[in-house]
Design a binder for this molecule. Structure first.
Ligand code: GDP
Length: 463
């Protein structure tokens, strides 16, 4: 029997409105002890989801606020259980007194994500949808929000379900054959099986391939700012972020750690990481910064190499450019265009394996920033091909999901290879079953309880 849980669902601190949520047996009764409606009907006898106006009470029954409340009875609620919600003024004191009163009425504090976990356990949401709730809360660009909203309404789940159901058909069709495991499949059956497996392998390959794009959409495209000390990395980060995030000083090596800001350009999410520089140093603190810079560089999808255009490039500049190009797509930002003696090179000869573009700008004077932003967007769109066009919500947005899809793909490919090698159908169907289990993990059909628990632990309290 689940316990009655309560939490403040709105963020900490003062605000216009503060919301308390309750879920579990007796939610209506407990809420009724803390809320006295102006009308005659007590809260726990009101119709589902009808808002009542009234007084919020502390645990001794003293008025502490006026507000709105409603109940929603199982199974027609977010969690699938009896639930109640109190909407007070957004006063941290009122909310804490009301929460205390709810505890006195029999509720216990909700764990992070426990409301959504109950929704999952009661079949209101599958695991992909529950994860979408978290993605939606964390979304920091319109594209990420649209993706999470689509996933929440089941776009990813339907895509996964389509493949799962096709694999079930394959199982059903060939289980009959298992009654005679020693007999060979007739050529017609082999051909059908080969075709069906190939179709599902293709669907899984397409699904797994969305993992990278989906994660970039959800978490942002990481763009590492590298360059020699004093080239203007911090100034450029501030100019792009639109506020003074990094400390800008004329002393080389001021940025000793990596700094990260999220910016949105034309609806696309970017994480700009200002690195401490990549030079060798004897200073242990600086060494730490250099190690982090290297890590940021390794994880970046885009590199913004900042160069001081008033100094002719030397061997160290060339080495940095080569290092950037070896790592990934690079934009060479030639800074300080406002100063005399500035020179911006045409595209350097070395193209490397990755794309290079050159942008002339001044971070301090705000010159050429539009051109840089347009280039960042162009690169991002190239990294996210079709992500915008693809049905919103049907992408894999985290590592867990991508791994499950990849395991399912590998299992189907093993089954197809086994068929070609003439393995008996029973062995082959074990692989198909494994693919189904992996896919089931995506939606939570077959996921172990402890792993599911870990997913919900990452949520905030009250969700
Ligand atoms: P970092 O070490 O690469 O992060 O460089 P900073 O952003 O700290 O800049 C180093 C110095 O160059 C500071 O004195 C900045 O004010 C100056 N600076 C940065 N960008 C420009 C620019 O576009 N024009 C001019 N004139 N000075 C700049």
């Amino acid at each position: 029997m689940p316990e009655l849980i309560a939490a403040i669902a709105t963020p900490p601190g003062p605000g216009g409105v503060g919301i308390l949520r309750l879920s579990g047996p007796g939610a209506g009764g407990a809420a009724a002890q803390v809320f006295r409606p102006v009308g005659k009907v007590p809260l726990d006898q009101a119709p589902d989801r009808q808002l009542l106006y009234g007084t919020v009470l502390d645990r001794a029954g003293r008025p502490i606020d006026t507000g709105l409340a409603f109940v929603s009875r199982a199974p027609h609620s977010y969690t699938g259980e009896d639930t109640a919600e109190l909407q007070c003024h957004g006063s941290p004191m009122v909310l804490s007194l009301a929460l205390e009163a709810l505890y006195a009425a029999g509720a216990r504090p909700a764990r992070p994500g426990e409301f959504t976990q109950r929704a999952f356990l009661n079949g209101k949401l599958d695991l992909a949808q529950a994860e979408a709730v978290m993605d939606l809360i964390d979304a920091d660009s319109p594209a990420a929000a649209r993706q999470a909203a689509g996933q929440l309404t089941g776009a990813l789940s339907r895509r996964v379900e389509g493949i799962y159901s096709a694999l079930t058909d394959i199982m059903a069709h060939f289980c009959a054959v298992l009654d005679y495991p020693d007999e060979d499949l007739d050529p017609f059956q082999t051909e059908t099986l080969r075709r069906d497996l190939a179709a599902q392998a293709e669907a899984l390959r397409a699904l797994a391939a969305t993992g990278r794009r989906g994660q970039l959409l959800a978490r942002g495209i990481t763009c590492a700012l590298i360059g020699r000390p004093n080239a203007g990395k911090s100034s450029l980060l501030n100019a792009l972020a639109g506020y003074e995030r990094a400390i800008v000083t004329p002393i080389p090596g001021t940025t000793r750690d990596t700094l990260e800001v999220k910016v949105e350009l034309e609806g696309l999410p970017f994480r700009l990481v200002d690195t401490a520089g990549l030079r060798d140093s004897d200073d242990p603190i600086e060494q730490l910064g250099v190690a982090r810079s290297r890590q940021a560089l390794d994880q970046a999808q885009l590199i913004l190499l900042v160069r001081d255009g008033t100094r002719p490039p030397d061997g160290e500049d060339e080495a940095l450019l080569a290092q950037a190009l070896a790592q990934g797509d690079t934009i060479l930002a030639v800074n300080k265009a406002d100063l005399p003696g500035y020179a911006c090179p045409a595209l350097p000869a070395q193209g490397g394996g990755h794309g290079l573009s050159v942008v002339s700008l001044s971070a301090k004077a705000g010159l050429g920033l539009d051109g840089l932003e347009a280039e960042l967007v162009r690169r991002a769109q190239a990294l996210l091909p079709q992500a915008q066009a693809e049905a919103a919500g049907a992408l894999l947005t985290n590592h867990r999901q991508t791994q499950a899809a990849e395991r399912a793909l590998a299992a189907v490919q093993r089954a197809a290879a086994a068929l070609e090698a003439g393995v008996t159908p029973d062995a082959l169907l074990t692989d198909v079953e494994e693919a189904m289990t992996a896919l089931g993990e995506l939606t939570g059909k077959t996921l172990r309880e402890d792993i599911t628990q870990r997913i919900f632990d990452r949520f905030c309290v009250g969700k």
